[in-house]
Ligand binder design. Structure first.
Ligand code: C5P
Length: 309
């Protein structure tokens, strides 16, 4: 029997996040272009008497270890489908910033699912795994597949996208998190205040940007910078006005594009190359407008079993 299985799983940034109207089920239709980036969590599944979650890493104290942890819910969902106990110890070695906007919780769910499938020999098909991922959360399927993809529906219906090069990024981690539902609610509120209405009847269907998809395919950072958009940015900044100073610090240091990552409060800065990334990272650190700064690049592979190799 396998002693344990470790899965490595990436963070993501949304290079386009077009948000449609509020649906009757409480979600929003999206045109959501995900890019996986090279910050990773490792999720290790080891046989145990009962389900248990532990976490290590600089932000470990902020990770819930009870059944609300998405990794625990992933193990329970797979076990339920296959009529077995979720008798597993999940250890999350966390390097993805916890503050929010980089799908760290979703990454752990995808990692736990793949690790349990391998540990238990469940042999779930890719389709079944993606199905469980979609039940767990809108961003979880992308954490499994990685690379770059267009997410439609609430973000869970994926089409892979070609990426013709490496894109360099700097991420500024804010102090404290932002609740994703609260940011969507604020987006709706701002739309109501602006008089446009917030439901699917009021807001045009979100559409992927052809220029952005071309820029990804060409590996053209300047073209990508010109095309990035995030419809949740105004809402995140409205709830956390201090993000404006962070965005300005990155732009002032020469970032090609500065944006809120997903629902925030992490901010993302696209830069021309690795040397520029260090320069922008230094400026962000010196600005005193964020808790931590991370430099990385994308695309990165999706959830991958690393041990046993
Ligand atoms: O799917 P997930 O659990 O990540 O969603 C968390 C919350 O974010 C939802 O309950 C909803 O309030 C909001 N959401 C949304 N539209 C989406 C995705 C998430 O309104 N497409």
């Amino acid at each position: 029997m396998t002693a344990s299985v470790t899965v490595r799983v990436p963070a993501k940034v949304n290079v386009q996040l077009a948000v449609g109207g509020l649906r009757p089920d409480g979600f929003h239709d999206l045109a959501n272009v995900f890019l996986a980036v090279g910050l990773h969590d490792n999720v290790t599944a080891t046989p145990a008497d009962a389900l248990r979650v532990t976490c290590s890493g600089p932000d470990a104290g902020q990770v819930p270890l009870d059944a609300t942890n998405l990794a625990a819910r992933a193990a329970l969902a797979l076990a339920a489908r296959h009529g077995r106990e979720a008798d597993v110890h999940l250890h999350i070695d966390k390097d993805i910033p916890v503050a929010g906007g980089m799908a760290g919780g979703s990454a752990d769910a995808a990692g736990a699912l793949l690790a349990c499938d391998a540990l238990w020999g469940t042999g779930a098909s890719r389709e079944e795994l993606l199905d469980i991922c979609a039940e767990l959360g809108s961003d979880v399927p992308f954490s499994l597949v990685g690379g770059a993809a267009l997410g439609r529906g609430r973000g869970e219906i994926l089409t892979p996208l070609a990426v013709g090069g490496t894109f360099h990024w700097v991420f500024a981690v804010a102090d404290g998190g932002l609740s994703t539902p609260a940011v969507y609610r604020e987006c709706d509120r701002l739309r109501e205040v602006a008089g446009t209405g917030a439901t699917t009847a009021d807001v045009p269907d979100p559409e992927p940007s052809p220029a952005l998809i071309d820029a990804l395919r060409a590996g053209d950072a300047a073209a990508l910078a010109a095309a990035v958009t995030n419809d949740l940015q105004a809402a995140a900044v409205s709830l956390r006005p201090s993000l404006t100073a962070t965005l300005e610090a990155g732009t002032g240091a020469g970032a090609l594009a500065a944006m809120v990552s997903g629902s925030g409060p992490t901010t993302a800065f696209l830069v021309t190359d690795a040397a520029e990334a260090e320069k922008v990272a230094d400026a962000l650190r010196a600005s005193g407008t964020c808790r931590a700064v991370r430099v990385t690049s994308g695309p990165a592979a999706g959830a991958t079993v690393v041990t046993p190799a």
